[in-house]
Design a protein around this ligand. Sequence first.
Ligand code: KG4
Ligand code: ZN
Length: 342
Amino acid sequence: MSEKKDVLILAIESSCDETAAAVVKNGREVLSNIISSQIALHTLYGGVVPEIASRKHIEKINQVIEAALEDAKVTLDDIDAIGVTYGPGLVGALLVGVAEAKAIAYAAKKPLVGVHHIEGHIAANFIEHKELEPPFFSLVVSGGHTHLVRVKDYGKFDIIGRTRDDAAGEAFDKVARAIGLGYPGGPKIDKVSKEGNPNAIPFPRAHIEDAPYDFSFSGVKSAVLNYINGCKMKDEEFKQADIAASFQKAVTDVLVANAMHAVEEYQVDKFAIAGGVASNSALRAAMKEACETRGVRFYYPSPIYCTDNAAMIGVAAYYEYMNGARSGWDLNAVPNLKLGER
Ligand code: KG4
Ligand code: ZN
């Protein structure tokens, strides 16, 4: 007799340099998605300064949450649960979101659901692909993570491969700085690469013999630095666009190769990419082609849901909430939280 009630999650994300809040309906519909980016501020220093990030989160978080509720045309009374990223990330930054979520949940007498940031990135795919359901495979490529993940069910993961050193996004950011593009590097390399030749410089592709799904990007990063130093010593000018395009090709080749190895080995039929680097145009194109030739359905979020946002945290929180997950008032920031742990 009773009609199924909509479940509304208010989600908060503050793990790095975006202060974000969102309202998500039934795990798939984004009613609001507010992001206050600190990029301009950190650009002055060439990267994220953790102490500045925490302070800015404190300044912005209340406004961002109010705007998220207002945009969604709801009040706290309408909200069923508060979802919040509690790791991994910068501890001081995470703490701001966690403390805020606890305070709201306590005051408004709402359940609290702590969310793993990477689980959020993967869940971003559910927003625009209503038909996508586990099981599927995912490649999570962000500034802090490079994970090849088997998504067994909502909130249930096996990590098949990971980076041994730098994350893919970290390599983009470091190389961008070295060739004079500045921070944040990923989008800038993506842009200038369009004017460069991806086959101009044969940067190395690391394959790890005994771990075919693992990644390593420190070698290609060093190779770029050595190449630039070599040019400087010979008093030769280097072509920024060619370096960018060749580096981007080296990284995406390895990401696609390992992902496709897993596709074949595990007989995957659905593949979703996630994280900031998933908005890279070369990676999207190469993954799409590789998936299509193997008859694998390929999914990717719009760029706004690839980089850090709270809508993705709201989606992940919804599925955790429906599975019965509840966090206590002792929920704490866990900077090195492992995927699949609660
Ligand atoms: O997911 P995200 O916003 O934050 C983390 O959880 O780390 O990812 C940020 C990373 C940065 O390293 C940024 O340079 C990279 O994603 N990124 C890109 C692109 N857009 C963002 N990398 C390559 N191509 C892009 N278009
Ligand atoms: Zn992220």
